[in-house]
Every structure is written in C-alpha cells, then in structure tokens.
Design a protein around this ligand. Structure first.
Ligand code: NAD
Ligand code: ZN
Ligand code: ZN
Length: 346
C-alpha cells in the first residue's frame, strides 16, 4: 500500500510503498477514508536527530477515520464496514488515568513504549492502518469522514481545554482564542456552542481572522504587540476569563498572560516553546496557567455528538495521498485555512 512517511530527519515526508498491514490478535485494520494534517507534525519534523524520540521511517497522521476492513482474533463490538474515528492518544487501558478514559495521561505509556498512531506508531496517512485496540475506535455512522477527521485532534484538544474552563465562561465573560488555524477555528465554534461568552480571536493573518469571524468570533484582532491592549479595551479593562493559546510562542503566551482576568484561566495548547512565569504579580490575581495534551475517550464521543447536533463545521481542504507533502508545505507557510485533510483512498 501507499503511505506518507517521514524517513530522514530534516527531509520532507515522502509517499512510499510499504507492505499491507495485517491485524494481530486484539487489533483492528482500518481502510483509511480521511487523515488530518496537524501542525504538531511540522514541529516533530523540525526536531534534531540527536534526541528524535520516534523510530524512522514513521508513517504520519494522528487524525484518522476509516472503515473497519478486518478484525484481529478476539475483537468484538465492531463488524467489517463500520465507519469509525480513531482515538489517538493511546494508553495502556489499565492504569488509573486510562480507567477514567484519560489515555492521553496514561501513567505507563512511556514505560510500555505505547505511542499514538503517527507519533511513534504507524499513522493514518496510508491506505490502511492498524488500531491497537477496539476501545480506541468511536463510531461515526452518518457523519462525513472529511469533516469529522479533524475532530479527533483539532476538535478534541480544544474541547478538553474549553471544558475545564466552562464554570468561568458565564454570560458576560470573555474567551480569547489565539491562533485561529486548525484547532483555533474549531475552538471558536465550540465556545459558541457550549457557552454564552464573548469570543475574541487573535491571529497574524487576515485570511485566518476572516475565517474566525465566519465561524463565530465576535471580534477578530491582529495578534501583535498592541493586541493585549485591544482585548483589555474590548472587555472594559477586565480582561478575559479564559485565554486559549493555540500558538504557544513567547509573544503569544505573553499576550495570554497579559489579558487574563482576575481568577482567569490561561491554557497553552500550542507547542511553540513559550513559557509564562507564574508568581505573585506575574499575572492578574489567582490566574490559573496550564498546558494540557489532547483529550479523553469520553470527550471524543462528546465532540462527535456536538458535530451530530450540527454545532461544529470544520473548514477543510482536501488532498490526495500523493499531494500530502504539498499539504504540509502549505501548512508550514500558513497557507491552509481551516484543516488540510488527506484522502488516502480517494
Ligand atoms: P495551524 O497552523 O493550523 O494554526 C496555527 C494558527 O496560528 C495559524 O492560523 C497562524 O496564522 C496562527 N499564528 C501563528 N503565529 C501567530 C501569532 N504570533 N499570533 C497569533 N496567531 C498566530 O496549527 P494547528 O494544527 O491548529 O496547531 C496549533 C498548535 O497546537 C500547534 O503548536 C500544534 O503543535 C499544537 N497542538 C497541541 C496539541 C496539544 O495537545 N497540546 C494538540 C494538537 C496541536
Ligand atoms: Zn495534532
Ligand atoms: Zn494507562
């Protein structure tokens, strides 16, 4: 089968032919219908060879949906042809966090060398993929595969971040979304669907700000040194009860810290390497700062239910598997509005 692989540190990913995978006991083989292109992959492909954490070659793709093509020995609960989404942050399934469905925070994943598809294990940017356990599948019958695949990360990650701040996002409150790309433009829609707060979007690109307005941001502000002052103005000096930073570089985490209201939440989702000092006087009083990772199995099901209710519509641009390297190139240059989605069998 064809697969998009990152093969050499520093080189672009390549479309190659690899052996067709076969599901072992307990595993599920999916025929991939759609695979999402996440900015995290670009970060991964920028890491130096010295401490590169995964084995190469690596088949990319940690957002995947497909149809069940074959069940390994002992698998129950699914039949061939079922349309499913893959829950990506695989864990051991048995530790305390996994028992709560929070496999993204599995206590034993590292020790047992369990890696998410596309981030260590072979990913979704291939005609077929192996899912290690049926519990990592969520049914998506009736949902469009292209519109749904980004929900497994670009939906789930902001959903998890927002859910933690819901008690603060009461009517009259403000949420700031920094970076309105793949994750950010879904975050705006989730905020509008789940809360009555005012949503202020920040981005560096006019195209992205325009998408932010289209998907429900009340205000869209250019992300520069003046942005924090503008957000303070918009909020009458109070600041934002919740700030979600989907960039995470030093200037954006500084903006995030500067606009957080008293008792506000700053959630750094972007992996740009910026850090926000915490200490008396560093931010407003009692600001909570956190940097979460992905979301739980239950939260993926909740996001899919929100999509079924019509509350989120992901803007997508589709590419064939052969054009997947081009999709990464465009994303790298900020030229994808919404989420790029690869169709490995399209
Ligand atoms: P994306 O490229 O689709 O979107 C990023 C957006 O940020 C773009 O619209 C870009 O114009 C904008 N941007 C860039 N610099 C900016 C600045 N200084 N101020 C405001 N906006 C700016 O990327 P994505 O796939 O949505 O991923 C967003 C980030 O989240 C990445 O860092 C990614 O690695 C990270 N991520 C983290 C998790 C997690 O679990 N913590 C999960 C998925 C993605
Ligand atoms: Zn991702
Ligand atoms: Zn576990």
């Amino acid at each position: 089968m064809k697969a998009l692989q990152y093969r050499t540190v520093g080189a672009a990913p390549e479309v190659v032919t690899v052996p067709d995978p076969e599901p072992g006991p307990g595993e599920v083989l999916l025929k991939v219908t759609a695979a999402g292109v996440c900015h995290s992959d670009i970060a991964v492909m920028s890491w130096p060879a010295e401490n590169f954490p995964y084995e190469l070659p690596l088949t990319l793709g940690h957002e995947g949906v497909g149809t069940v093509a074959a069940l390994g020995a002992g698998v129950t609960g699914f039949v061939e042809g079922d349309a499913v989404a893959v829950y990506g942050p695989w864990g051991c399934g048995a530790c305390l966090k996994c028992a709560e469905g929070k496999e993204n925070y599995c206590l034993r994943a590292e020790e047992l060398n369990i890696r998410p598809p596309g981030l260590g294990a072979p990913g979704s940017m291939a005609e077929y993929m192996i899912v290690d356990d049926a519990r990592h599948l969520a049914p998506i019958a009736g949902l469009d595969p292209v519109a749904t695949v980004p929900l497994t990360d670009a939906g789930l990650t902001p959903y998890h971040a927002i859910k933690r701040s819901l008690p603060k996002l009461v009517p009259g409150s403000t949420a700031v979304v920094i970076g309105t790309g793949g994750l950010g433009h879904v975050a705006i829609q989730l905020l509008r669907a789940m809360t009555a707060c005012r949503v202020v979007a920040l981005d560096v690109s006019e195209d992205k700000l325009s998408l932010a307005r289209t998907v429900g941001a009340h205000q869209a502000v250019l992300s520069d040194a003046a942005a924090a002052g503008k957000v303070r103005e918009i909020t009458g000096g109070r600041g934002a009860e919740a700030v979600f930073d989907f960039v995470g570089v030093q200037p954006t985490v500084e903006t995030a810290g500067a606009v957080a209201a008293v008792e506000g939440d700053v959630t750094i989702v972007g992996i740009g390497g910026g850090t926000l000092p915490v200490g008396f006087g560093a931010t407003n009083f009692e600001v909570n700062v956190s940097a979460p990772y992905w979301g739980s199995r239950a939260e993926l099901i909740e996001v899919l239910d929100l999509a079924r209710a019509g509350a989120v519509s992901v803007h997508t641009e589709t590419f064939s598997l052969d054009d997947a390297p081009k999709a990464y190139e465009l994303l790298h240059h900020g030229k994808i509005n919404g989420r790029a989605v690869i169709l490995p069998n399209g």
